[in-house]
Design a protein around this ligand. Structure first.
Ligand code: 13P
Length: 347
C-alpha cells in the first residue's frame, strides 16, 4: 500500500469547492428509475443518459470524482472515447462500486449484509489497471422495532473494514458507506443513537484490520427523522446532530466525509448539507456524494425532452451549482426548484 497515493487521492476527492457524483446505480436500480419516467430500460439508454452527466461542461471543476457501476465503467461516449479517459482528461477521478448487493443475515429476519468480498482482490486489480482511483461499498442499516441489532452492525462493519483494506492494497481509496436508511417511522433521536453505534463499531474494525485512515473516506447518511415519522425536518437540528455525531465518533485523521442523499428530496438534501457546511470548520473535507439529489431533475427533464441533450446538461449544471453552493455553506434558497424523487435504492 502506498500511503502517500491514498492520502493524496482522498484529499482530492473532498477538496474545497468540489464533490462527488454517484452514478453507480446497478442496472436494476437504473432500470427502476427509467421505468418511473417511461424511458426504455436498455443498455444504450443507460449509456446515453450517463454520457450527459459525464460530459456536462460544468462538471469539470466541480466534480472531483464520479462513482461508476461495472457496466458504465467500461462504456464510452457516442464518439468513442471511454468514460474513464474522458473523466481523467477532465480532472475527475473515476471510482467503482464493488459491492454485489444485499443478502439476508441468517438468524436476523429483515436484516441484511452486503456480499462481494470473496473475489474482490482480482476484481480490484482489474479496476486499478483500468484507471479506478477509488471504490465504494454500501452496507444498509434499517431502523425498526428491535433493529438494528449489534450483530448486524458488527457484521457490516467487519465486511466494510475488510473491503477497505483490500482496496488499499491496490492503492485505491475505499469509500465506506454504512447507509442508515431514511425509511421508517423513527425519530431523529433514534437515528442519532444508531449512527453513533455504527460509527463506533465501524472505526473499531477499521483500526483492528489495519486500514490506513487518512486514505479512506466515510460516506454517510445525515441524522434525520424517518421518512414516515411525520416529523418535519429542521436543517438546523439535522446539522447540529450530524456534526456532533461525526466530530465525536469519527476519527479525525480520516481522509474525508461525504454524504448520500438517501431519498430525501433534493431540496431537503441541499438545505441540510448547507446547514452542515455552515457548522465548519470540520476535521476533514466534507462534501456531497449524491445520486438522486443531483440526478432526479436531470432524468425527469431528459425523459420529457429526449432530443434536447443541451437542455438536460443545463439542468445538471444547475444541480451541480446548487450542490457546490450547499457544500460551501452558501446556498441561495431561491435557486431550489420543484422536487421530484425517483424512488428507492436496491434494498
Ligand atoms: P443517493 O444520494 O441517491 O442516496 O445515492 C448515493 C449513493 O451512492 C447510495 O449508495
Amino acid at each position: 500500500m502506498n500511503e502517500q497515493i491514498l492520502k493524496t487521492t482522498a484529499k482530492y476527492l473532498v477538496a474545497d469547492g468540489k464533490g462527488i457524483l454517484a452514478a453507480d446505480e446497478s442496472t436494476a436500480s437504473a432500470n427502476k428509475r427509467f421505468a418511473l419516467v417511461h424511458v426504455d430500460e436498455t443498455e444504450e439508454n443507460r449509456r446515453a443518459y450517463r454520457e450527459i452527466l459525464i460530459t456536462t461542461p460544468e462538471a469539470r471543476g466541480i466534480l472531483s470524482g464520479i462513482i461508476f457501476y461495472d457496466e458504465t465503467f467500461w462504456q464510452s461516449t457516442a464518439d468513442g472515447k471511454s468514460f474513464i479517459s474522458y473523466c481523467v482528461d477532465a480532472g475527475i477521478l473515476p471510482g467503482i462500486k464493488v459491492d454485489e448487493g444485499l443478502v439476508e443475515l441468517p438468524g436476523f429476519p429483515g436484516e441484511k449484509i452486503t456480499k462481494g468480498l470473496d473475489a474482490l482482490p482480482p476484481r480490484m486489480e482489474k479496476y486499478r489497471d483500468a484507471g479506478a482511483k477509488f471504490a465504494k461499498w454500501r452496507a444498509v442499516i434499517a431502523i425498526g422495532p428491535g433493529t438494528p441489532t449489534d450483530e448486524l452492525i458488527r457484521a457490516n462493519a467487519f465486511i466494510l473494514a475488510r473491503y477497505a483494506r483490500i482496496c488499499q492494497d491496490y492503492d485505491i481509496v475505499p469509500i465506506v458507506e454504512p447507509e442508515v436508511l431514511f425509511d421508517g417511522t423513527h425519530t431523529i433521536e433514534e437515528c442519532d443513537a444508531v449512527m453513533v453505534r455504527v460509527y463506533d463499531t465501524l472505526f473499531a474494525f477499521m483500526k483492528e484490520l489495519r486500514v490506513y485512515l487518512p486514505g479512506a473516506i466515510l460516506k454517510t447518511s445525515m441524522v434525520i427523522p424517518g421518512k414516515d415519522s411525520g416529523i418535519a425536518m429542521d436543517p438546523k437540528d439535522v446539522a447540529e446532530r450530524t456534526v456532533r455525531a461525526l466530530h465525536d465518533h469519527v476519527p479525525h485523521e480520516l481522509g474525508g466525509v461525504v454524504f448520500l442523499s438517501g431519498g430525501q428530496t433534493p431540496t431537503q438534501a441541499f438545505l441540510n448539507l448547507d446547514a452542515i457546511a455552515k457548522k465548519s470548520p470540520h476535521p476533514w473535507g466534507v462534501t456531497f456524494s449524491f445520486s438522486r439529489a443531483l440526478q432526479d431533475p436531470v432524468l425527469k427533464y431528459w425523459s420529457e425532452h429526449r432530443n434536447d441533450t443541451n437542455g438536460a446538461m443545463d439542468v445538471f449544471a444547475h444541480q451541480l451549482k446548487i450542490a457546490v453552493d450547499a457544500r460551501n455553506g452558501k446556498l441561495e434558497t431561491s435557486a431550489l426548484g420543484d422536487d421530484f424523487v425517483s424512488g428507492s435504492q436496491d434494498l
